[in-house]
Structures are given as structure tokens and as C-alpha cells.
Design a protein around this ligand. Structure first.
Ligand SMILES: [Ca+2]
Length: 333
């Protein structure tokens, strides 16, 4: 089975003049199933716009995919055929015993809009001021005020949630401008925005906590003791500290990489990683993690290019996680 050619990349100028308007890629709205078909039609359009069959075609190899099952789960064997999660490994058992994680969302009832005083510099400042309730807070970032979810109970509180997936309600296959400014709802699925996160992380040292949960309710964490984004002039390049946690490290491979979207290909691969993986990320060549990919219901999915919400070291590249969240907090000495 020979992989299909990728066609060209989608440069910003091409996008601007080819009918790829923001409305087509707008975030938000729509049930998950509609979302997928919407995205499929978008992919089809993009492929028509970037045909690979014309004369002088450029041969673009398919992106290298991460193992279907994490190496840590298969014990170093090369058996990638274990799509079925039934044989629980020791590691899985350990994770299950830890129970589900306290996910940064209110349980049961809608979020109570907590807008005490503020706007705050960040969620840690609100926490220090005595606001111990998790919810939507207003943060002042430069000249702008943005709404963000503050997680004020988990591990001492003071966390600003910068990304959250949980139900597929928001389309994350979108353009640079959306990733820059942010999209979605702070009490639901959302992306805070590259510029706000750059602002938040340019004031001092920050840590990053990644919370993951699979469809069996198993949780895992990846913690990095440093996290910041360079300014837009450097394409919001990722700067990451040391990893620790039980999820496995699927982000350090993306360290020092610029952010790429379907219309801003800054990855280190000849094709367009964002197009293959249908998200925006600090793509390399291409992705060990893809938390802004397509939210596939049920976990295991079949797709040639691994476009799911995955963290390779936790459940492999062919398993789309049910929940994912990224939280940052200033480091305290
Ligand atoms: Ca590329």
C-alpha cells in the first residue's frame, strides 16, 4: 500500500488567495461528528488546492509516524500490531490504581463564573489573593484582558489552563491567527492563545503540567520544570525544562521547535505536518504528541496520518485521548 503523495505545502500567500478564509476554519460550534465531516471536506479542499499530480511534481514522503503502541508498553519489542488494549500492562495497572485525575473542570454543574476583582496578572496572583475556587478568571496580559480557566485546587493551585480537550466541541484544525489569538470557551474546550501564553511566560520562570486521560478513565501526568514561548517573531518557539511524571515524555522531542499551523509551515519535515496531523503544534518531523489534533470518540482510530489527540508515550499514536489539558504556573523558589 503506497502512501499517497502529499502535494505541496500551503504557504500563507497561497492560503490567502485560494479561498481558505477564516470562516472555513473557524473554531467552535457543532457536534463532534459534524466536526469530523467538516474537517474531512476541508482536507479534501486543501488537497484539491495543492494537487501533487501536475507536471514537475515534487515527491513528498509521508510523515514519519510514531509507534502505534508506546515502547514503554511493549517492553522494547517491535510488535506494533497490538492495537487492542485488553492485555493490561503492569504500567496500566499502576495508573489505574492511582484513580482518575482531578481534571481542571467543575464536576456535575456548570462553571460558576468567578470574576472576583481582577483582572489578574495570572491565576497564581488570584490564588495568592485568596481566591481558591477554580473557575473562569480575567487576566490582564499587556493591554488586553482575556478570560482563562484558573485551576486553584490541583497541587497547590495557581494554575492557568492554556489548553483543554474533553468533548470534541471545538474545531482545533484552524489557522495561525486563531492559534495566535486563542479560541474556544474557557469553561470548555479551548486554546488560550500563543500570544497570551507568550505574555504569561515572559514575566518569569514557569512550569508546565500536562494532564491526560484515556477512555478507560486512566489518567497520567507529564510535568516540565520549565516552559515558555518565544515571541511571534520567533514563531512562538517552545522552550521546555526537564520532564518528570508518569505519562512518558512526548514533548521534549518538540523542544526548541517553532509553532506550525496549516497555513504556517515551520516544521522540519518536507511536507506540511499540520495538514497531516490536523492541528497546530510545535511540529518537528512530525509529532510525538498532538494534543490539538482531531478528537476521535472512543480512543482507537484508524487514520493514515495519525491526526488524533495523542501523546505517544502514554497510549501511542493511534489512540485519541478523551481528555487533555495543559496548565502553567510561575515557579516559586
Ligand atoms: Ca514542512
Amino acid at each position: 500500500m503506497r502512501p499517497r503523495e502529499a502535494g505541496g505545502t500551503l504557504a500563507p500567500s497561497t492560503a490567502g488567495g485560494s479561498g481558505l478564509e477564516g470562516a472555513d476554519l473557524q473554531a467552535g460550534g457543532g457536534p463532534p461528528c459534524g466536526l469530523v465531516s467538516q474537517q474531512s471536506s476541508l482536507i479534501a479542499r486543501l488537497e484539491r488546492l495543492c494537487p501533487g499530480g501536475a507536471g514537475g511534481q515534487q515527491q513528498v514522503l509521508p510523515p514519519p509516524l510514531v509507534p502505534v503502541v508506546p515502547v514503554s508498553l511493549v517492553g522494547g519489542t517491535s510488535d506494533n500490531s497490538r492495537l487492542d488494549p485488553a492485555p493490561e500492562s503492569q504500567r496500566d495497572q499502576t495508573l489505574r490504581q492511582q484513580g482518575t485525575l482531578a481534571f481542571p473542570l467543575p464536576a456535575g454543574h456548570p462553571a460558576v463564573p468567578t470574576r472576583p476583582a481582577g483582572p489578574w496578572q495570572d491565576c497564581a496572583e488570584a490564588h495568592r489573593a485568596g481566591h481558591g475556587q477554580s473557575g473562569v478568571y480575567e487576566l490582564r496580559l499587556g493591554r488586553h484582558v482575556v478570560s482563562a480557566w484558573c485551576e486553584q485546587q490541583l497541587e497547590g493551585g495557581g494554575w492557568t489552563v492554556i489548553q483543554r480537550r474533553q468533548d470534541g466541541s471545538v474545531n482545533f484544525f484552524t489557522t495561525w491567527q486563531h492559534y495566535k489569538a486563542g479560541f474556544g470557551q474557557p469553561d470548555g474546550e479551548y486554546w488560550l492563545g500563543l500570544e497570551p501564553v507568550h505574555q504569561l511566560t515572559s514575566r518569569g520562570d514557569n512550569e508546565l503540567l500536562v494532564l491526560l486521560e484515556d477512555w478507560g478513565g486512566r489518567g497520567a501526568r507529564a510535568h516540565y520544570d520549565g516552559f515558555s514561548l518565544e515571541p511571534e517573531s520567533d514563531h512562538y518557539r517552545l522552550r521546555l525544562g526537564q520532564y518528570h511524571g508518569d505519562a512518558g515524555d512526548s514533548l521534549s522531542w518538540h523542544n526548541d521547535k517553532p509553532f506550525s499551523t496549516v497555513d504556517r509551515d515551520r516544521d522540519s519535515y518536507s511536507g506540511n505536518c499540520a495538514l497531516y496531523h490536523r492541528g497546530g503544534w510545535w511540529y518537528h518531523a512530525c509529532a510525538h504528541s498532538n494534543l490539538n489534533g482531531v478528537w476521535h470518540r472512543g480512543g482507537h482510530y484508524r487514520n493514515r496520518y495519525q491526526d488524533g489527540v495523542y501523546w505517544a508515550e502514554f497510549r501511542g499514536g493511534a489512540y485519541s485521548l478523551k481528555k487533555a489539558a495543559m496548565l502553567i504556573r510561575p515557579l516559586r523558589l
